[in-house]
Write a new protein. Structure first.
Lengths: 264, 392
């Protein structure tokens, strides 16, 4: 239950009570800086610092955090390996010519490109994990309303968020019922069972939708889904370190860019 | 007779289906506790949904507060504000992503201002004992807590009548007792409560009146010992005779004289048995029942007071009393049917303490006095802090 897990970690995070806008500034700020950097150093620093912040003061379990990072890591490493062979430029470091029409080459340029992509993905993933692991979805809805996202979209998001867990649990239940009766023991059986699962899920979601309208009518629905006001105001105590950190990271970025410009 | 809801020969057929309600007439008085009992498919849920206009009968009239229910949008909104409906599955009733938003749903749609909404939500959550749960997402709550959120969402609209479809399904016995106790408390505050249930043992001592439904018709209607007292009807409705009633009937069949009033609780049964044996098993000096009103101030910490007395049982009535007990780390011996259990203890010569709130404190005295008058014993009820008039 990974979806449930991420939300639970956020609910219990030590940073839960920091104003979400402050956390969003940190997340988006470091995301932009990581993307803008021409060198792997800046995203690497950002990723490491934010990981330490997540594990130490925000008290996210290191094991869980490692498991979560593993997802993007596997995906990125596979992509980077391909990328290293595709991109060229600079001196050739390694060459492999098994048959005349296949030529696998690693150059200084491709290695640098690969490293940059790897570090950028690391830095950006950690920035996003920072917001995901410290701020439950429910805290973001009020902020979205304030920055002017149409209320219809937010209402839909809220209802979808509420139903993710219900539909997911239902899918798990059906899946268990099928596994218990050997529904996935043979390949053909597995295809039939998963088709049945999807069908059942569709029907029950349809019914749940009808019940939802029913439940809303029962409680005098008139087009309003109330919002939960943010309890925590923005505090200097947390905003100042965030701004200082972003300023420091921008400083390093500037130095790196200057060096790149000077070198070229 | 102050009738709040009345059905006059109503009929209803689901589209392309059999007739679900086949001509039902009954009335419900203000402040009554009604249990609608019957097997699956008897039409209980269909009937309940007519109470707040979710289903419109094909023929016949439903009257609320002596006026026929009108089915235009604004009349229905007005009706649904006054008739709170709690669905069987709380996952289907809880709409919003947090507890606060869900409980605020009704008041916000009724057009309350922000302050009134906050007040209504705070009050409703306190009523059901979920203060501090405002920011929790519903998927992290237990089954019992979800039921309470669903109930709070309805209470926030302050309805006159509560309709509760299967209030105890999916709950453990203690959770069921808590919910029934809460319904009792709400009824005591003047709300009419209607539940549908299969659980005869739960409905029998709780309800003022029971309506037995079978196959879209009323099979039997009356006080619980009449409604559940006819074994033929009970069998037809796929139910069972409540144990207490069965014991009493069996005693009657063996030639023991039975009192007019059938036993509704263990206390009543003990009274009957003692009467039959023609001797009292109780001690000559009955124990006492102390009552502590948690809404009023009291200087002595409860835990100290309790630990100073040996062999004392503690019971709590009402949500606020239970919360107070858990705050003070008091182990509660009784949380349901508290007064009766304390009287039983007193008859054995043991003392007990009842924690309760202002609205229910008087009930302890009334109940104990009524019992003493009936049985000729003298159990003293000691109010611990009623002389202290400090407000809550």
């Amino acid at each position: 239950m990974l979806e449930n897990l991420v939300d639970n970690i956020a609910q219990e995070s030590a940073f839960r009570h920091i104003n979400p806008a402050t956390k969003l500034i940190l997340c988006l700020g470091s995301l932009v800086i990581c993307l803008a950097s021409p060198s792997p150093v800046v995203p690497l620093i950002s990723g490491v610092v934010l990981s330490i912040v997540l594990i130490v003061p925000a008290r996210v379990s290191p094991v869980l955090y490692g498991e979560l990072l593993l997802g993007p890591a596997i995906f990125t490493i596979i992509s980077v390996v391909v990328l290293v062979f595709l991109v060229g430029g600079g001196d050739v470091l390694w060459q492999f010519n098994p048959v005349p029409w296949v030529n696998l080459t690693i150059t200084v340029g491709s290695l640098h490109e690969g490293l940059l992509v790897l570090c950028r993905v690391f830095g950006c993933s950690v920035s996003l994990f920072f917001i995901a692991l410290t701020t439950p979805m429910t805290d973001l809805f009020d902020g979205m309303k304030r920055i002017g996202i149409p209320i219809e979209i937010i209402d839909l998001m809220m209802i979808i968020y509420r139903y993710i867990f219900i539909v997911y649990n239902q899918a798990v239940e059906i899946w268990h019922a099928q596994v218990m009766r050997l529904g996935y023991s043979r390949p053909m059986e597995a295809i039939r069972s998963s088709a049945m699962l999807c069908g059942m899920l569709f029907i029950s979601s349809w019914n749940a939708g009808e019940d939802l309208i029913h439940a809303m009518d029962c409680r005098c629905y008139n087009g309003i889904i109330p919002s939960l006001e943010q309890a925590e105001p923005m505090q200097m105590r947390s905003l100042i370190p965030v701004l200082l950190y972003l300023a420091g990271l921008s400083g390093i970025l500037l130095v790196v860019i200057t060096r790149v410009v000077v070198l070229s | 007779m102050n009738i709040i809801l009345e059905a006059r020969n109503i009929r209803y057929r689901y589209p392309q289906s059999l007739e679900a309600i086949k001509g039902i007439s009954f009335h419900i008085r203000r402040g009554e506790k009604i249990a609608l009992v019957g097997p699956n498919g008897a039409g209980k849920s269909t009937l309940l949904q007519m109470f707040n206009g979710m289903i419109r009968p094909d023929s016949g009239t439903m009257l609320f507060d002596k006026e026929p229910i009108r089915y235009d949008t604004s009349s229905l909104r007005q009706l649904r504000k006054r008739v709170g409906y709690v669905l069987q599955n709380p996952d289907r009733q809880i709409i919003a992503p947090t507890v606060y938003q869900d409980v605020a749903f009704g008041p916000a749609n009724l057009g309350y201002d922000e302050q009134a909404i906050q007040q209504a939500v705070a009050l409703a959550l306190r009523r059901v004992g979920l203060k501090g749960f405002e920011r929790r997402p519903p998927h992290q709550l237990s089954g019992g807590e979800k039921k309470r959120v669903a109930l709070a969402g309805v209470l926030a609209m302050d309805p006159d009548m509560l309709v509760f479809d299967e209030p105890t399904t999916g709950l453990d016995p203690s959770g069921s007792e808590d919910v029934m106790e809460l319904l009792d408390e709400l009824n005591h505050e003047g709300k009419t409560v209607i539940i549908s249930t299969h659980d005869v043992e739960l409905a029998y001592p709780w309800a003022d009146r029971a309506i037995l439904l079978l196959d879209g018709r009323i099979l039997q209607e009356g006080v619980p010992d009449v409604a559940f007292g006819n074994p033929d009807y009970v069998r037809m409705a796929h139910l069972s005779v409540p144990t207490l009633l069965e014991v009493s009937q069996e005693l009657g069949r063996r030639g023991f004289a039975q009192p007019e009033r059938k036993p509704r609780s263990v206390l009543d049964m003990i009274h009957i048995i003692e009467h039959l044996l023609n001797r009292s098993c109780s001690t000559s000096r009955p124990g006492t029942i102390s009552v502590c009103d948690v809404d009023r101030g009291w200087d002595t910490p409860l835990a100290t007071w309790v630990s100073a007395r040996q062999n004392l049982a503690v019971g709590a009535m009402g949500t606020s009393a239970k919360q107070r007990a858990s705050q003070e780390h008091l182990t509660l011996d009784f949380t349901y049917g508290v007064i009766d259990k304390c009287i039983l203890r007193a008859l054995r010569g043991q003392d007990s303490l009842i924690l309760t709130n202002s609205s229910m404190a008087g009930r302890v005295v009334t109940r104990v006095e009524a019992y003493c008058q009936e049985s000729g014993t003298a159990i003293s009820v000691i109010p611990l802090n009623t002389t202290n008039q400090s407000p809550k």
